[in-house]
Design a protein around this ligand. Structure first.
Ligand SMILES: [Zn+2]
Length: 484
């Protein structure tokens, strides 16, 4: 019979063996995975000026690159200061800049960076710089040398291309960027017109009308990828744009492509606010929907009719309703469903002409929104008035999470004056413009739900304004109870 000590020693030895075996078996695959994953490529996005809506496009490009897991990304919004030293740490420069010339030090540094064997990606916004819209003297000839392209049209010609849905025609399916991509991918964009390619440019894909869209070239030992896709933020949500932009950037940075042949826009986070955006009954620009794109904390769908929206009980489906429609009246069933939603303590955001809604439903405009655009004279009270293209100086009316960090800002927009405004609202923003009522955004008097009204929001000018975008985003988060 073994002694207790011998047994314990045997047991201990066995345990040590087991532990070390477990450690070895765990360590091996981990080490294998680490060596299989290539180090991240270092990308620098140049931005900060240009005709395009660079604030939103650049932040979207940055998010795409980061979310791909393949890149470490920095953004430079003052690229006039770049030098050989500041570019030294990067594998690829993504040019989303089309402002004034950068000056010879920055321009020479960029050309030397690429010829030394690094990568350059030029976006649709960046390519616009080759157009030399303001004055031919302002065009940097080095950019045409790098991209092998010029855009000899004026700005109006560039932006006047119609928005449409078309099939991408892949011309070089064997190129690493295009390998494995489905042929005839459909996308929606405002396609480039009038781009002229110079000798040395290799076209990878065109529109159905054979206009060049994706092209590459060599510059010294470096690689250049140009994309004329992604005219605006909406087009940049398209799978074709995302896939080719990411693969093109990887190729320019490294000469190889490891990213998948199909990459969709990153979906909303699992706990994102569920938003129903209601339009219809009033004209608006398609760019309105850009207000909700690019935010991972929003999961949104649009419905083009208030009557359709409230056909059923939607309390379980959405956290926040955004009204950008004009609906004169709802049937009893619709009224009940909307009322149930409001009374269940959800969020309501009313934008711009949404204040015209439900002219004969005092519960809505007196107790929920706290305001109404009077379409008709009411006794001695005249109807409300509207004026297009007014300049505002907007100032926060006090401290509130929705306007935190905003400060005052200038904006050109349509003004409303002579609205019915409840005495029970809490002002958020005031204006100095005499064609407008003084209060232009407020918290509604609703006792059960959080309600925000923002008078601004007629067209792309506010839609692109960073302060307006922040206001709408913050209002959605706050009415959903997510902004304290
Ligand atoms: Zn309007």
């Amino acid at each position: 019979m073994k002694s207790a000590i011998q047994t314990a020693q045997g047991w201990l030895a066995g345990l040590i063996l087991l532990v070390s075996l477990a450690a070895t078996s765990r360590a091996q695959p981990q080490a294998a995975a680490l060596s299989a994953r290539p180090p991240k490529l270092r990308a620098l996005i140049l931005s900060g000026a240009g005709e395009q809506d660079w604030r939103t496009t650049t932040s979207w490009l940055r998010q795409l690159l980061v979310d791909s897991g393949r890149f470490e990304v920095r953004v430079n919004e003052a690229p006039v200061g770049i030098s050989a030293a500041s570019l030294a740490g990067f594998d690829v420069v993504v040019d989303d800049y089309s402002g004034p010339r950068l000056g010879s030090e920055a321009e020479d540094a960029l050309e030397a960076f690429v010829s030394a064997g690094k990568g350059l990606v030029v976006t649709c916004g960046g390519l616009a710089a080759t157009a030399g819209t303001a004055s031919r003297d302002q065009t940097w000839p080095g950019l045409a040398r790098l991209t092998k392209a010029t855009w000899p049209t004026n700005a109006a010609g560039v932006t006047a291309a119609p928005f449409r849905v078309f099939d991408l025609k892949v011309v070089r399916p064997e190129h690493p960027i295009m390998q494995g991509l489905t042929p005839n991918l459909q996308t929606a964009d405002q396609t480039a017109q009038g781009l002229v390619l110079l000798p040395g440019a290799e076209i990878l894909a065109t529109t159905d009308l054979a206009n060049p869209l994706l092209f590459v070239s060599a510059s010294g030992a470096g690689r250049v990828f140009c994309t004329a896709l992604g005219h605006d933020l909406g087009s940049m949500q398209e799978k074709v744009f995302i896939t080719t932009f990411l693969r093109g950037t990887e190729w320019a940075a490294s000469g190889k492509v490891t990213l998948p042949a199909e990459i969709a826009a990153p979906g909303p986070e699992t706990n994102a606010v569920r938003v129903l955006v209601i339009t219809g009954g009033h004209d608006h620009e398609a760019s309105f929907y850009g207000l909700f794109t690019g935010y991972r904390d929003l999961g949104w769908v649009a419905v083009t009719d208030s009557k359709l929206a409230f056909q059923e009980d939607i309390r379980g489906k959405y956290d926040v309703l955004v009204f950008y429609d004009f609906t004169r009246d709802l049937e009893d069933k619709g009224k009940k469903n909307l009322r149930d939603f409001v009374e269940s303590g959800k969020g309501i955001v009313v934008l711009h002409h949404g204040i015209l809604n439900f002219q004969k439903w005092p519960w809505w405009y007196e107790e929920v929104v706290g305001g109404l655009y009077r379409l008709e004279r009411q006794g001695t009270i005249p109807n409300s008035t509207v004026k297009f293209g007014e300049t505002h100086l907007i100032t926060p009316a006090g401290e509130h999470p929705i306007t935190a960090g905003l400060g005052s800002f200038h904006i050109a927009d349509e003004t409303y004056k002579g609205l019915y405004i409840s005495p029970n609202i809490t002002p958020l923003l005031i204006t100095d413009n005499p064609t407008s009522d003084r209060t232009v955004a407020w918290i509604g008097p609703c006792a059960t739900s959080k309600v925000v009204f923002i008078q601004l929001g007629h067209d792309h000018t506010p839609f692109r304004h960073p302060a307006y975008r922040t206001l709408v985003h913050n209002s959605i988060l706050w009415t959903a109870g997510k902004l304290k």
